[in-house]
Write a protein of this length. Structure first.
Lengths: 114, 548
């Protein structure tokens, strides 16, 4: 399981970095999204990795932290997802404005014929 | 009244949030109302910040005045805390002053260049204040995102190709930097198990040696995110372009935004990797010093290379960031004190310069910058063809050019660090502390000044020289050598904010003694974070709100 998680973070992160380096705005935005998925999984994995363990105490059980997943990284991931979603949407709007103003989708604002 | 003073620490966040939220539904017909709310909120913020500063600076000696505000009265390890100490209060005062000046300036014309300027500005102030107040790493992330989201809107305010192009790069870089922030935060959490800054500082000395590499890697990645904001050399190429393209009031508050990065580096490096952090003590200081010196160098070269005024101001932001980072990297109490004085002085001066530039450029031809390059290259004479534009002559304040020139001179003196203004005092304080760690007047012959300190000294002095050259050239070109200039129409409401910021700098010069004592006390507090840790982690019953 750890191996699958590490592999998926690696693949997402690697593809994201490659796409961010590309010259088209659409590739950049997809790259940033992939990177944020990778980072969200990474934060999640920082809460150690107990499988099938609930993040909240159940009534009547002994409060042994070893049997429970750490809820803090999950809360962090939720916040990060929301914020990342909003900023990506904002970036999309700027991308469209840039498309409208320059007539191209190059990140440096050059037209499509250059 | 006592309830109000008890909750004073949360007001710098709540007030702009409420003000900004009220403004969103108001439509464009209610522009006066919106501007009124914005300015009233900024004025109130200034008053609150000064009250907090007085409270933080009130107690002397060993009993540090760290007042802790626990939201919902949860103990610090579980709940969210806001912490006001001298440094936070100083940053709040600077933010409120720059915000007030930029808002008043914007009412003259810039607020009409696009929608929701005032609401975005309030959210920007909220993010800045929150970042300075919070005592928790993850909340720092949230407030960073608030201020960045608002700054994306402000950077694009007024639209136009240059702004959208610069804004696209700015947003992409800062989104990537936010991801680094998250990676750093989660690595630190994974090792230490807490995100409260005081709790981190308390736990880091006990981290086993095997986990330290992960902790330090996390801190370094987190530091990258801050250094992108601060504009350190290899990470700061976006800065001059974005700041030059942004509208002047937005650029003035952005001058404060690059100080947020410096603030975070200063706060966290001294809190987490201070003297008693065990094996990790002083982690990253060498990098900060070297990176800061490189940034000063890059900023100095770009100040000299640049032809237009907004980029000159952007490059001087980089010099100021570099100086501050290198001073943090020097890791001495007295240098930090001087650096805080420099931070205040340079933030106000750069803000004033951004506002002033717009007034100066108003009187110039559009092609003047291109013409200037041609003049340099070919050295041929004046071509006065477009002398026929005299429709906007009309002086709203008397002796416009004299006042603008005097303001420009003040900005240049402040940025270059020449006497008699506060820029000189700031640089003098830093450099004398670097050369003489034990303090002036003591026999320091035995102390050998390390090579890095000489590098810092040389970089600061040479960057001052570069700034003198560049601002002299820009001043001559913009104020004297324009044969057929149209005297810009400048209203009182536009020059008053510039004068306000410069007067603050002059006030800092006249009252240099008390101000410097405050800064040194703030630096001493930062370098000995025991009081901070103790007060934040104190149980909620023993509230340390206002310690007499």
């Amino acid at each position: 399981m750890e191996f699958i998680l590490a592999l998926s973070i690696g693949v997402l992160g690697g593809s994201g970095v490659w796409l961010v380096m590309r010259p088209r705005t659409f590739q950049v935005i997809i790259g940033l999204s992939l990177l944020s998925y990778a980072v969200n999984l990474f934060i999640f994995s920082m809460g150690r990795f107990p499988i099938g363990a609930p993040p909240v105490l159940e009534p009547g059980t002994a409060g042994d932290p070893a049997h429970f997943a750490d809820p803090v990284p999950q809360a962090l991931v939720l916040t990060a997802i929301v914020i990342g979603f909003a900023t990506t949407a904002l970036f999309l709007v700027v991308m469209l404005a840039s498309r409208g103003l320059t007539g191209g989708d190059h990140v440096d604002g050059r037209g499509r014929d250059e | 009244m006592s309830a109000l003073s008890q909750h004073l620490a949360i007001l710098p966040i709540l007030l702009p949030l409420i003000a900004g939220a009220i403004m969103i539904p108001l439509d464009d017909q209610r522009r006066r109302l919106r501007a009124g709310i914005g300015i009233a909120s900024a004025l109130a913020l200034l008053v609150i910040a000064i009250l907090l500063m007085v409270r933080a600076g009130a107690s002397e000696g060993s009993h540090a005045a760290v007042s802790v505000y626990r939201l919902g009265d949860w103990p610090a390890k579980f709940g969210i805390v806001l912490v006001v100490d001298r440094l936070s209060a100083l940053m709040l005062v600077l933010t409120a002053s720059l915000g007030l000046a930029a808002l008043v300036f914007s009412t003259a014309r810039w607020e009409r260049m696009g929608p929701h300027f005032h609401a975005l500005f309030q959210f920007q102030l909220m993010g800045l204040n929150g970042a300075f107040l919070t005592g928790d790493l993850f909340n720092l992330f949230v407030f960073f995102e608030v201020l960045l989201a608002a700054s994306y809107g402000l950077a694009l305010h007024g639209s136009g190709i240059a702004r959208v192009k610069a804004g696209l790069h700015y947003i992409a870089i800062n989104l990537a930097a936010s991801l680094l922030f998250l990676i750093g935060v989660s690595m630190i959490y994974g090792v230490v198990g807490t995100l409260n800054m005081a709790d981190l500082a308390a736990r880091i000395p006990a981290i086993p040696a095997g986990d330290r590499p992960i902790l330090e890697a996390g801190a370094a990645i987190l530091g990258m995110a801050f250094l992108v904001k601060a504009g350190m050399w290899p990470l700061g190429f976006w800065l001059p372009t974005t700041y030059a393209a942004a509208s002047p009031p937005a650029a003035a508050i952005f001058a404060m935004m690059s100080k947020v990065g410096v603030y975070a580096v200063l706060r966290l490096s001294l809190l987490l990797f201070g003297e008693d952090a065990g094996a990790s003590a002083g982690f990253g200081e060498g990098w900060l010093l070297a990176g800061g010196i490189m940034t000063i160098g890059f900023g100095a070269v770009s100040v000299l290379a640049t032809q237009d005024l907004p980029r000159l101001a952007g490059a001087s932001v980089m010099i100021s960031s570099g100086t501050l980072l290198a001073a943090v990297g020097a890791g001495q109490v007295s240098v930090t004190g001087g650096a805080l004085y420099y931070l205040a002085s340079s933030a106000l001066a750069v803000g004033a310069l951004f506002l002033l530039i717009e007034l100066l450029e108003r009187g110039r031809d559009v092609g003047a910058d291109v013409l200037a390059v041609t003049l340099e290259a070919f050295g041929d004479g004046e071509e006065d063809e477009d002398a026929g534009e005299a429709e906007e002559v009309g002086v709203a304040i008397p002796a416009t050019m004299a006042i603008l020139g005097a303001c420009f001179l003040c900005c240049a003196l402040l940025l270059a660090g020449l006497p008699p203004l506060s820029g000189f005092i700031a640089k003098f304080a830093m450099l004398s502390a670097v050369l003489n760690p034990a303090g002036l007047g003591t026999a320091a012959a035995a102390a050998v000044v390390p090579a890095a300190s000489w590098g810092f000294l040389a970089a600061v002095i040479l960057s001052g020289l570069a700034t003198v050259l560049a601002t002299t050239r820009a001043g001559i070109r913009n104020l004297w050598a324009v044969a057929d200039r149209v005297v810009p129409r400048v209203s009182v409401i536009e020059i008053a904010p510039v004068l306000f910021l410069l007067l603050l700098c002059i006030g800092m010069t006249v009252q240099a003694g008390p101000v410097m004592r405050y800064m040194q006390a703030a630096a001493a507090e930062l370098h000995a974070p025991h009081a901070y840790v103790r007060d934040v982690l104190a149980p909620a019953g023993a509230r340390g709100e206002v310690r007499p």
